[in-house]
Design a protein around this ligand. Sequence first.
Ligand code: NAP
Ligand code: G4F
Length: 339
Amino acid sequence: MTKSAFITGITGQDGAYLAKLLLQKGYRVHGGVRRISHPETTRLAALGIADQVTLHSFDLNEINNIVRVIRDTPVDEFYNLAAQSFVGASWEQPIYTGDANGMGVVRILDCLRTYHPNTRFYQASTSEMFGLVQEVPQRETTPFYPRSPYGVAKAYGHYITMNYRESFGMHASSGVLFNHESPLRGKEFVTRKITLGLAKIARGSNEVLKLGNLDVQRDWGYAGDYVRGMWLMLQQDQPDDYVLATGVTTPIREFVRYAAEALDMELEFMGRGLNEMAVERKTGRRILEVDPDFFRPAEVDLLIGDASKAKSSLGWHAKMPVKTLAAMMAQADFDALRA
Ligand code: NAP
Ligand code: G4F
C-alpha cells in the first residue's frame, strides 16, 4: 500500500531533501507552507519535485490552522521540520522562536493525539541543546545546557516529544541532529555564507567575506545523509531518540580553507581576535575579515557528536566528509554564479 507523509518546513533545506527521498520511496508527500508574500518553493524546484508534492497552508503559531490541516490530512508519518531555525535571530525574536520551536511542537503532537494517534511522528531536535557541552563527544545521554533562545525552545520540543511518547504511547521520535549543510543551505548560515562569499570572489567580486567568531568548531555533515536517518527512525518498531553526527569536528578556519582550495585559492590567516584576517597567498589580497556584528551574546564553542546508537540500531552513518561537503557547496555556488 502507498505510504503517505506530511512534512512541515518542506520549503526548507531538510524539507526539500526529505521530500525527494520519500517520493523516491513511493510515498505520497504533503507539505506545510506558511503564508509569505512571495511563495518560496525554489528548493523543491531545484530538486525537480515542486509539482510532485501537495502543499497545505500551515503555520506553527496558529492552532486552528494546525487542527484543520492535521484533522483533514491523515498520513502514516509526520515530520516536524518547521522552525525558526537561525540561532542568531533567536535573540532578536526570542518569544516568536519559543512559540514556533517549542509550543509549535506540542500543538502538533496534541492534534495528532486527538485525531490520528497512530501516525508516526519525527521531531527535529538539535545539537544546539548541548550548548555549553557537558561531555565530549555528545551522545543521547549527555545533559543539555542550551545557550540560545533557539536551543531552549528546542529542548522543550524535545522533552514534550518524549513526554507524549511516554504518556500516550505515541510513536514519537526525536533526531538530535548535528549541523548538516548542502548547496540548498540558507545563505545566512556560516558554511553557505563562506562558500557563496568565496565563489563570488573567485568570480571577480571585490567583496571581503565578513565573519564573526572564528574559534568555534562544528560537526558538519551533508543534509542528504541526515534525512535518510530521519526516515529510518520512523521505520523502527519502537520510537526513540537518536544523535546523528559525523563524529568529526572542524574549526571554521578549516572549513574556509577547504572551500577556498576547491576554488583554487590558497589562504593564509594572520592577526588575532578582531584583527584576524585571511589573505590569498598568490595575490596578497584580503579575502576575509572578522566583524563583531556577527558575534553572538552567548556561544556554543564546540560540537562533536557520537552517533554510535544510530549506527548500531538504524544502520545509519554519515557518508560525506566535511572536506567533500565544503568543496561541493563551493563548486555549486561557483557554477550558479555563471548562470
Ligand atoms: P530551514 O532551511 O531554515 O527550514 C525551516 C523551515 O521551517 C522552512 O520551510 C520555513 O519556511 C519553515 N518555517 C519557519 N517558521 C515557520 C512557521 N512559523 N510555521 C511554519 N513553517 C515555518 O531549516 P533546515 O536546516 O531545513 O532545518 C530543518 C529543521 O531541523 C529545523 O527545525 C531546524 O531547527 C532543525 N535542525 C537543523 C539542523 C541543521 O544543521 N540544518 C540541525 C539540527 C536541527 P519558509 O521557507 O517560509 O522560511
Ligand atoms: O552556521 P551557524 O549559523 O549554525 P548554528 O548556530 O550552529 O546552528 C545551526 O546548526 C544547529 C545544529 O547544531 C541547528 F539546530 C540550527 O538550526 C542551525 O542549522 O553558525 C555556526 C557557528 C556559530 O558558532 C557562529 O557563531 O558559526 C559561527 N559564526 C561565525 N561567523 C557565524 C559567523 N555564523 C553565522 N551564521 N554567520 C557568521 O558570519
